[in-house]
Design a protein around this ligand. Structure first.
Ligand SMILES: Cc1ncc(COP(=O)(O)O)c(C=O)c1O
Length: 388
């Protein structure tokens, strides 16, 4: 059978591919340190697990409203008010099977062939492919290391055209850990105010994973005039250690939220009922473990940054948030690894790293900025249990 033309435009997620390769080597008996997958290595807090168990026992095991139970939508609206000073009615909130589905539905529901979507690079691997699947065109803007991997207002302005439909924005950033101050975000808002046809899809997935007392701010909060053309996307995967539960959410104008729900009603229907109840507890319950986890992530960050910067040929910025480092290997290009692999690019580098040293990381090409690689922060003591 011939596959759909739309599928020819996309590729499998490179981060999942690296994780699979590392898993294969591990099954073959190699001792592998998996720094490829982007998830916390902490277990889901017990109060959240107990809420799921209670939901099963109560019989919350049936279909729910397509885009989320009212209790979870209320918890999300309360979270936006409490943490971001944002007012959303529950009719302006949608719940999906992970933040990824919210993003996917929003793009599929709004993009037409010919539309452009501005994506700062390096970017999270899925943005360009979802845009391509929708038949639209990703327009990349480099966010360079010398600017702390942050999108510069003038570069954003240059990338906008009458065809631009969305800016997809993510901070703290996967893969660089860059986080924006209020003033930096305001400068980007000012550009967008001059282009009223452009919408913002802000991916705030790493909101809670921030270091050194940095303040998290988001578009609709910094510039209320953008509130009605912003989809604020977030989820419980990272901060609440719930990657496997598959709950993410978004808030924005009602007509967009309705369109997302229509699309979801013809694909997955509701996210898992039990996971939704767990997410209610995550958002409404105690939040103190987040700070404890951040302290551990910060210790790991400081250690890995200092060790990488002492390594010949590798240099790295100190990430302000998230749990990744994005080191440059520019000075290693053209050199040869111990087993004789020529490091011609970052893909050859991560191949040598995995095959020769047993360390799984992801090549910078996957994120749109080379020659770099991304390593995710996790405990090395726990590494043998990570790749199950
Ligand atoms: C920047 C970013 N956005 C969205 C997601 C997707 O999160 P979820 O697990 O909620 O689908 C991820 C997961 O890696 C991510 O890194």
């Amino acid at each position: 059978m011939e596959l759909a033309n739309s599928l020819k435009r996309i590729k499998p997620s490179p981060t999942i591919a690296v994780t699979n390769k590392a898993r294969e080597l591990k099954l073959a008996g190699r001792d592998i340190i998996g720094l490829g997958a982007g998830e916390p290595d902490f277990d889901t807090p017990d109060n959240i697990k107990q809420a799921a168990i209670a939901a099963i026992k109560r019989g919350e095991t049936k279909y729910t409203a397509v885009d989320g139970i009212p209790e979870l939508k209320a918890a999300i609206a309360a979270k936006f008010k409490r943490e971001n000073g944002l007012d959303y009615k529950t009719s302006q909130v949608t719940v999906g099977t992970g933040g990824k589905q919210v993003l996917y539905n929003a793009l599929l529901a709004t993009l037409n062939p010919g539309d452009e979507v501005v994506i700062p690079a390096p970017y999270w691997v899925s943005y360009p492919d979802i845009v391509l699947l929708a038949g639209a065109t990703p327009v990349f803007v480099q966010a360079r290391a010398q600017n702390g991997f942050k999108l510069q207002p003038a570069d954003l302005e240059r990338a906008l055209t009458p065809k631009t439909k969305w800016l997809i924005f993510n901070q703290p950033c996967n893969p660089t850990g860059a986080a924006y101050t209020r003033a930096e975000l305001k400068a980007l808002c000012d550009v967008l105010l001059r282009h009223p046809h452009v919408w913002v899809l802000t991916d705030d997935m790493y909101e809670h994973i921030l270091y050194d007392d940095a303040e998290f701010v988001t578009f609709a909060q910094v510039e209320p005039k953008l509130h009605d053309r912003t989809l604020t996307m977030n989820g419980v995967s990272k901060a609440y250690c719930m990657t496997g539960w598959r709950i993410g959410y978004g808030a924005g104008p009602e007509m967009l939220i309705k369109a997302i729900s229509t699309l979801q009603s013809q694909s997955t229907s509701n996210p898992t009922s039990i996971a939704q109840w767990a997410a209610v507890e995550a958002l409404n319950g105690p939040q103190d473990f987040i700070e404890k986890h951040n302290q551990i992530f910060k210790e790991r960050r400081d250690l890995v940054v200092s060790m990488l910067n002492q390594t010949n040929g590798i240099s790295v910025n100190t990430p302000e948030g998230a749990f990744y480092v994005y080191p440059s290997i520019e000075k290693l290009i053209g050199k040869t690894s111990a087993a004789g692999i020529t490091i011609k690019d970052d893909e050859a580098f991560v191949t040598a790293l995995l095959e020769e040293e047993g360390v799984a990381a992801v090549q910078g090409t996957a994120f749109g900025l080379s020659p770099y690689f991304r390593a995710a922060g996790r405990s090395l003591q726990a590494h043998s249990t990570v790749l199950r």
